[in-house]
Design a protein around this ligand. Structure first.
Ligand SMILES: CC(C)(COP(=O)(O)OP(=O)(O)OC[C@H]1O[C@@H](n2cnc3c(N)ncnc32)[C@H](O)[C@@H]1OP(=O)(O)O)[C@@H](O)C(=O)NCCC(=O)NCCS
Length: 299
């Protein structure tokens, strides 16, 4: 039986992404075509026929020359996806409203399957895992943390442009930042004593599964290593807890000691590595998953 019947009209999300839903009641698949990162993401599914769903995903990915298919399987399905040839890249124990999410992939090109710098990523992971969990330092006098406002967007674009030569989402585009800050993302800024933005962090909130991705972490080069990202993450966690989100996770460049250290210091658990996951800082890089379950009773 063909799983590939009709599609809804595609909806344009950003410059390089296309979202569509597949109408077959057997699959109920919501699919993101991510051209910029050359990958297909299955965002939602409700499938009785995983072989048919897999067939649909592969056909769609190949048609658009995408190199990687990513799915997040539930505890009931992940072994069936294994049988369909998917490999388990990462595990977030609390992704689906407190239940585990199994991040699994199929690679459609040999080069995409090859880790970018595994020895260096392993070295950094071991170094970071030896660090203890710590409480962030107080901010220096004159420095403040606050949510972003519309008028901050040009300065945010400037900071992102300085920090990243390429980035998986179009944070260089003021229209994208305007749209995302007014929908599902919450941005916090760290401001110095001259009212300049020196660090940015955001949480992309998924209310359906009560989780949020900590992302867009960036500090201007001359302000790094002073505990600013750590302070921002602590402030972000407090805000996210108030919104009833239970699971936070972050997908961090595997060869960046800074961001992996910040997550480890805040008691995130390492959940595995996505191979050549996205186009960041000039190429396709391996990304580490870190996750944390928020303890609401502490607040
Ligand atoms: C990652 C980044 C946001 C961290 O910001 P920051 O304000 O410097 O972070 P903090 O000062 O709070 O913490 C950084 C930690 O990493 C450590 N660190 C940084 N570089 C390191 C290195 N090369 N080797 C070992 N540790 C390192 C710092 O010592 C500090 O650890 P500590 O808690 O033991 O003091 C910043 O480096 C950055 O903008 N990098 C480029 C963008 C990027 O890669 N973002 C992540 C995308 S996934």
């Amino acid at each position: 039986m063909s799983a590939c019947k009709k599609y809804y009209l595609p909806k344009r999300l950003q410059y390089d992404q296309l979202l569509f839903s597949e109408q077959d009641p057997e699959n109920n698949a919501k699919i993101l075509l991510d051209f910029y990162n050359k990958r297909l993401k299955l965002l939602e599914y409700n499938s009785l026929n995983l072989a048919g769903l897999d067939n649909l995903l592969l056909k769609t990915a190949m048609k658009h020359n995408l190199e990687k298919v990513l799915i997040t399987a539930s505890v009931d399905d992940w072994e069936n996806f294994l049988s369909q040839g998917y490999v388990l890249e990462c595990l977030n124990k609390f992704y689906f409203s407190g239940k585990p999410g199994f991040h699994m992939s199929k690679f459609l090109s040999a080069s995409r399957r090859q880790s970018s710098n595994p020895a260096e990523a392993d070295r950094i992971l071991q170094m970071v895992l030896q660090k203890s969990v710590t409480i962030p330092h107080a901010l220096p006098e004159g420095y403040t943390v606050r949510p972003c406002r519309d008028e901050d967007i040009p300065a945010m674009v400037q900071l992102f442009t300085r920090v990243f030569s390429t980035y998986p989402s179009p944070v260089y585009d003021p229209a994208y930042l305007f749209q995302t800050t007014h929908t599902n993302s919450y941005y916090l800024l760290l401001i110095n004593d001259r009212k300049q933005i020196v660090s940015i962090i955001s949480a992309e909130i998924n209310k359906r599964y009560s989780n949020a991705e900590v992302t867009d972490c960036s500090t201007l080069p001359e302000y790094r290593g002073k505990g600013f990202m750590s302070a921002l993450l602590a402030a972000l966690e407090k805000e996210i807890k108030k919104r009833g989100i239970t699971n936070l996770y972050s997908i961090a460049r595997a060869t960046s000691p800074g961001i992996n250290t910040v997550l480890r210091r805040h008691d995130y658990t390492y959940g595995g590595r996505f191979i050549k996951n996205c186009n960041i800082s000039g190429g396709f890089e391996d990304m580490n998953l870190w996750f944390k379950q928020l303890n609401h009773w502490q607040y």
